[in-house]
Design a protein around this ligand. Structure first.
Ligand code: MLT
Length: 397
């Protein structure tokens, strides 16, 4: 008989954003829906930077001729992109990451989901609550049971402390999805010291680092001293450069980072992740990686920064509008997400905004029990739609 992986029965039957889409579709079918404005899933709306599309067009031309044609590329990513990442995302900030410690992929979600394959099933995992569902679901699917939730609420500024955490692996995401909170260098340093003291690992999701505008906030876990021996970092071009539909990101695994075999022998995680990727992944496409390389050109950096500034202005408008309506709003300063205390059940508030304002948000409870009582509003939309959504929400509330 064909047996299924019963761990799938331990996760919710639908992914959060699929559940939201089905509620939106039902509302549309009801005949009462006006034009829907989507401030739910964090999907970008602004087009790719001209520097990126020009580079991708050129890459298409390369693929059209014999001279510069590329078939399979290196599974770890093309050298031209890994060199740029090391130089601009890290060296320019005083962080020493070598190109060969960077593995390019088709996005941070896959890497965040796949990285747990490197660890035994009895490792203890900790995640924040609320949390991006991928960290939890992928560990549950793999059969892990020991998953601790680190509560993040107003009382700790939505940033957990390691003081009573006894996990082997912690997932941290800053700027945070969903709360929009950022962690200071001192807060991250505490986690690094905790990890090094107990041979533990931090899986750091920095997908939203490009939204950081406050100078003192670290963009990378590797800005903390000692992080090279206890951290893996994921980055994404999805929100940085509008690549949600193009798909590209990368994972940094320092050369000295180790985990341990049952007999105590240390094993290089970079070697394991490379082995995993070379077996299961054939690399992001040449055209995509040429587009990603162009993000680091002077024009590419200026153009992508201006798009992020545009979304940050949307976030400011949303945050201030909600505050003026008497709702406590968090995040949205170094992040595209505004986290709003709705003073009642999240799903009820979500349904009310959907049915009465035709505005889609994300209910905080969908990110975990500690998200109950909040909604997340995404700043990814046109200015016109954001202003219209604010106007409709104001009328409803
Ligand atoms: C979100 O809305 O939380 C994100 O778009 C999800 C993702 O990046 O996968």
């Amino acid at each position: 008989m064909l047996h299924v992986n019963e761990n799938y029965a331990r996760i919710k039957p639908t992914y959060l954003f699929a559940e939201i889409s089905s509620r939106v579709a039902e509302h549309q079918k009801s005949g009462n829906a006006e034009r829907i404005i989507r401030l739910g899933i964090g999907d970008v709306t602004e087009p790719l930077a001209p520097a990126v599309t020009a580079a991708m067009h050129k890459a298409v031309d390369d693929e059209a001729g014999r001279e510069n044609f590329h078939g399979y590329g290196p599974e770890q990513g093309y050298q031209f992109l890994r060199d740029k990442i090391a130089e601009i995302d890290f060296a320019a900030r005083g962080v020493d990451i070598k190109p060969n410690e960077i593995l390019v992929s088709d996005g941070a979600k896959c890497d965040c989901g796949n990285i747990q394959e490197l660890f035994s099933n009895d490792v203890k995992v900790a995640v924040t609550d609320p949390v991006y569902p991928v960290y939890v679901d992928t560990n549950v699917m793999a059969g892990r049971h020991d998953i601790t939730l680190l509560r993040c609420g107003k009382e700790n500024g939505f940033v957990p402390s390691p003081s009573s955490c006894d996990a082997d692996i912690v997932y941290l995401c800053f700027p945070n999805n969903p709360t929009g909170a950022v962690a200071t260098k001192a807060q991250l340093q505490e986690w690094v010291d905790w990890a090094n003291a107990g041979k533990r690992l931090i899986i750091f999701d920095a997908a939203y680092e490009a939204f950081i505008r406050t100078d003192s906030i670290p963009h990378s876990i590797f800005e903390c001293s000692g992080a090279r021996t206890c951290a893996i970092e994921m980055r994404s071009y999805s929100k940085t450069a509008g690549f949600t539909g193009v798909r590209c990101g990368y994972t940094v695994v320092p050369s000295e980072l180790c985990a341990y075999a049952a007999d105590g022998t240390s094993v290089s995680l970079k070697a394991m992740w490379t082995r995993r990727q070379t077996t299961k992944f054939n690399g992001a496409s040449y055209i995509t990686q040429r587009g990603a390389e162009a993000i680091y050109s002077p024009e590419g950096m200026e153009q992508t920064k201006s798009t992020i500034d545009f979304y940050l202005e949307n976030a400011r408008l949303v945050r201030e509008a909600l505050a003026s309506l008497g709702y406590e709003a968090f995040g949205g300063v170094d992040s595209p997400y505004v986290w709003v205390d709705v003073k009642g059940p999240s799903w009820d508030f979500f349904d009310r905004l959907l049915k009465e304002a035709n505005v889609v948000t994300t209910p905080g409870a969908g990110f975990g029990a500690a998200g109950e009582g909040f909604i997340r509003i995404s700043a990814f939309n046109s200015r016109e739609n954001v202003l219209e959504a604010i106007d409709r929400i104001s009328r409803v509330l």
